[in-house]
Design a binder for this molecule. Structure first.
Ligand SMILES: Nc1ncnc2c1ncn2[C@@H]1O[C@H](COP(=O)(O)OP(=O)(O)O)[C@@H](O)[C@H]1O
Ligand SMILES: O=C(CO)[C@@H](O)[C@H](O)COP(=O)(O)O
Length: 480
């Protein structure tokens, strides 16, 4: 029996087809997404179809689950039509709306009710932005879906031609990133949603349909099957998950494992048996995809920092890494990589700074190393926050597009100061969804092995963190 996992992430859609019993990879495919922080979800639906075709189709697959980038706002009208292009997690236009919601309710109250203090990334702040900036569109909102919810709904054959909004489904991990859901109770906070929208979201007249929250591995069978995809009639479609929770499932992560994902976003997260509600806003207290919790710190600036500096130096990723390893640790300039503003710390209008330039230190190797050190230090600050909340870090598992760069491995061991484990190159978000699909099929969590390609011992260099902290604090002062 074969199962499929999908990762509809920021830059692309990835599909893996695996053996349900062994987890062996059988086929895979991918397709690009448009760039930008505001995207027509139809582009994601098209990319999913293209990635499925590239993976050989789903006609011989028994179950599928779709994971995706978190937080994106897909607003649907009562005919199941998308009202306006989706706002993605990395769109910062709702920063003022986030500040307003925090002022109205207080950070402690928001953290207690939802596990997190909302920032521009969160769906709730995007809905509040919609209320204020596009009231005519806000008035049309009949349902709100996240990217993975909406793609699951489309895969099952729903959409403008079959607009059954009550068939929208989600899971607790992605719901916990909306800002109007409690990861501890597993219930939506509709009172909070009404405050966000500025209209009753519970009265029948103002009913806003929110996706049904399925148990992590609960499944729904295909309704009619989408005309664009040849699907077996008996296809089981799993609940899906937010991408980071899916990755944790894909890695079979357990307490003591800290996962650092270096994709478009940078994330530091761990599986916790108990919830975390951080009123400082540094840690998002999400739910995971197995019934536990997923405390997480996210940065806006991750793999694209390296893309940008590699382009500046006119080199590819491999050469960027080689250059970086030619420079000594903490020997050159310091890059605070807030190119797109920053989410953690919450500085949506910040810009990047490069300091400590001297004639001797302004070399290609030093600039390359500064890019990797700065990007990783932003994530290490997040790890510090997690440890301060009692989480343990026996090891860091590195995943995401940039995780296959050997220089990242070496410098991560110096920056994080804990052993680094590099799983074999793969799509762990999609793998987690394939694992969930197998779980839905068999009724028990599969124990597929996770292969490791490299283990690097801890090699802490505190001077890297110390120099970064000075530059970061100076940059924060300049922004605030
Ligand atoms: N060897 C590498 N070194 C550094 N960055 C890389 C490497 N390979 C891919 N990337 C970068 O990783 C990013 C894609 O990672 P991915 O995890 O697929 O992103 P997302 O899931 O956010 O769409 C791109 O910015 C790409 O340029
Ligand atoms: O906002 C978050 C987590 O809170 C991001 O992790 C998004 O979920 C996007 O993930 P990638 O596309 O970078 O994988």
């Amino acid at each position: 029996m074969l199962v499929a996992g999908v990762d509809s992430s920021t830059q692309s859609c990835k599909v893996v087809i695996r053996d349900a019993a062994t987890g062996q990879l059988v086929r895979s495919g991918r397709a690009p997404h448009p760039d930008g922080t505001e995207v027509d979800p139809e582009a994601w639906w098209l990319a999913l179809q293209q990635a499925v075709a590239a993976a050989g189709g789903l006609s011989d697959v028994a179950a599928v689950s779709i994971g995706g980038q978190q937080h994106g706002l897909i607003a649907l009208d009562d005919e199941g039509r998308v009202i306006r292009p989706a706002l993605l997690w990395n769109d910062t236009r709702s920063a003022a709306a986030a500040r307003a919601l925090r002022a109205e309710l207080g950070d402690a109250e928001l953290a207690a009710r939802t596990g997190s203090v909302p920032v521009a990334s969160f769906t709730s702040t995007k809905l509040r932005w919609l209320r204020d900036a596009e009231p005519a569109n806000a008035a049309k909102v009949a349902a709100v879906a996240l990217p993975h919810d909406w793609l699951t709904w489309r895969l099952r054959g729903f959409g403008p031609s079959n607009p059954n909004l009550s068939e929208l489904t989600t899971d607790r991990s992605d719901a916990s990133g909306t800002g109007y859901f409690s990861p501890t109770t597993g219930e939506y906070d509709r009172e909070l949603l009404s405050i966000v929208l500025g209209r009753p979201a519970i009265a029948s007249s103002g009913q806003v349909m929110l996706p049904a929250v399925l148990a992590p591995h609960e499944s729904r069978r295909v309704a009619v099957g989408s005309p664009q995809l040849a699907l077996p009639e008996s296809l089981i479609v799993g609940a899906g998950a937010g991408d980071n929770a899916a990755a944790a499932l894909g890695l079979d992560a357990r307490p003591g494992d800290v996962i650092v994902s270096i994709g478009t976003s940078g994330t530091v997260f761990a599986v916790s048996p108990s919830p975390i509600a951080d009123a400082s806003g540094t840690i998002a207290g999400f739910a995971d995809a197995t019934g536990a919790f997923l405390p997480l710190v996210a940065t806006l600036n991750a793999a694209r920092v390296l893309d940008s500096i590699a382009a500046l130096l006119g080199v590819d990723h491999a050469t960027l890494g080689q250059l970086a390893l030619e420079a000594d640790a903490a020997s050159g300039p310091v890059l605070v990589p807030w190119f797109e503003g920053e989410r953690t710390p919450n500085l949506p209008t910040a810009t990047a700074t490069l300091s400590g330039l001297t004639l001797a230190s302004t070399t290609r190797p030093a600039i390359a190393r500064a890019a990797i050190e700065g990007m990783l230090c932003g994530l290490a600050d997040g790890l510090d926050a997690m440890l301060a909340h009692g989480l343990s870090a026996r090891r860091v598992l590195l995943i995401g597009g940039a995780a296959q760069n050997p220089a990242i491995h070496t410098i991560a061991a110096q920056v994080f100061g804990v052993p680094i484990t590099v799983p074999i190159e793969g799509e762990y978000v999609a793998d987690g969804m394939a694992r969930q699909a197998a779980w839905a099929l068999a009724g028990e969590r599969p124990d597929w092995p996770v292969a490791v390609t490299r283990e690097i011992p801890a090699d802490g260099r505190p001077e890297i963190r110390e120099r970064y902290a000075q530059a970061r604090d100076a940059a924060m002062t300049a922004v605030e």
